[in-house]
Design a protein. Sequence first.
Length: 578
Amino acid sequence: MSQILLENKTQLGQLLLARGVVTQEQIDAALAEQKDKGHRKLLGELLVEMGHCTDNQIAAALAEAYGVPYAQVNPKLCDPKAVEILPREFLEAHIVLPLFRVHDVLTVAVNEPTNVFLIDEIERVSGCRVRVVCSTTKDIKATLQTYLPAANVFVIDDIIDEEGLEEFTLIESITQDISNLEEVAGQSPVVKLVNYLLYNAVRENASDIHIEADEKRLRVRYRVDGRLYEKMRPPHQMHAAVVSRIKIMAELDIAQRRLPQDGGIHVLVEGRPIDLRVSVMPGNFGEKVVIRVIDPQKILYNLESLGFTYDNLLRFREILQVPNGIILVTGPTGSGKNTTLYAALSELNSEEVNICTVEDPVECNISGINQFQVNPGVGFEFSTALRSLLRQDPDIIMVGEIRDKATANIAVQAALTGHLVLSTLHTNDAPGAVTRLLDLDVAPYLVSASLKGVLAQRLVRKICPNCKTEYDPPASLKKSIQTENEKLGKFYRGVGCKKCRNTGYAGRIAIHELFVPDDELIEMISDRVSTKALRNAALAQGMLPLQRDGIEKVKAGIVSIEEILRTAGSDLPASSDI
């Protein structure tokens, strides 16, 4: 990003300081670095390199000084017809991105808004009056790549070389080793592209890969830390070939394009096995592919690493030691319920007990545990599997999910006949699991007799440790989490850096709500009281609600206020309720 008219270091520093982007100490450190090592780099470049701010924050500050609008451009902001107004060579040489044209006014994004000679040249070549917005070089180039692939063959050889794809091996019926880059170079671009997408998803800790097409574009998105972001836009013409390649790897029917299909791929990445669950669904513009990435190395097998508070961890371990009963983990899809169950089973695993699971599908193999996968296509449902499993002399049973009345009643009966049953439910909070079981026609007296505990949880994004910065949030945010007579300490957030893709977040941690019914609560369950009454009674007895657990992690500097309010803010209780 050029800093014409603002090469005075102090002036740029003052701009960033006034916007709250950096601190005076960070500016001084960058200036000292520049002086000590004789850098020719500008202050803004050094601040970005040192992780104190991002290119976009610099661009926004400079745009304000130039008196022009700032735009964080992306393909959604750009009209493809506007891009065609200027020659490809001109766009790439001058780093110019036409955004849209209204009558004879062409709005363009440039990285040097004060370059009047460039603006005059754009007007001459386009025949339009030009309106300028300021953006970063990186964003302009990335968006241009979306709209200019047709002029050149889409090749990823350089990407593969840089990313070290030799560490990727596909395990098929005939093992295909692509560790030799010379062999890789002889394969088709489609094979290399798919291998790159799978390999890079594992490297970036993505949980899912989305490959989707519309009428004219093909895009690939990764889900990282629960959020989707666009990875690349290959040429639209590659869509059918990419889908077919994935189907072949997952041993699906490539000729079937009208019905959904599910399959699996097994790969080795850097010497460790990775399981990929493939789902293919027909859409208006071809098939959409979603690939779930299951990395056993990323699954946490111990309860200490899941974010429990000391008291919650102690109580959860206590109920895991009961000889019989049912323990539930609740939360929405993607809240880490199965990870918690796997960690619990790993802790209970020993030579003295027979642990059996019924799952759909088996996400991770645990040595010493008998795991069974349901198959609805042949009638092997959760309820059927659970009935059969009771004849396998189990001590501990894990049911992947209680989905229907039959499974719920069999699970409760198993819990009442000497087995410890662990399972999941989809409810918003822990006491809500009681209501859900009652809705599944489990008798209230059976629920009260069998239920030993319910753990509700959510996943929240952690502040990136590389760009973690102390700040003073608005008073309204503080007030939303502050209880009576409570002193709030320091607050932190991530300002964004390369390591966290400028999001300010890296990794996730769980917040929990543990409901353990005592005699009073058991009686209330038998009387079928409302969920609200049950929750109020549990809170009165000391249950730490999800939101409060999150606030404790804010105080510890692990997560930001904004993340807790985004995840659980709508349910934050009033001060008097905590």
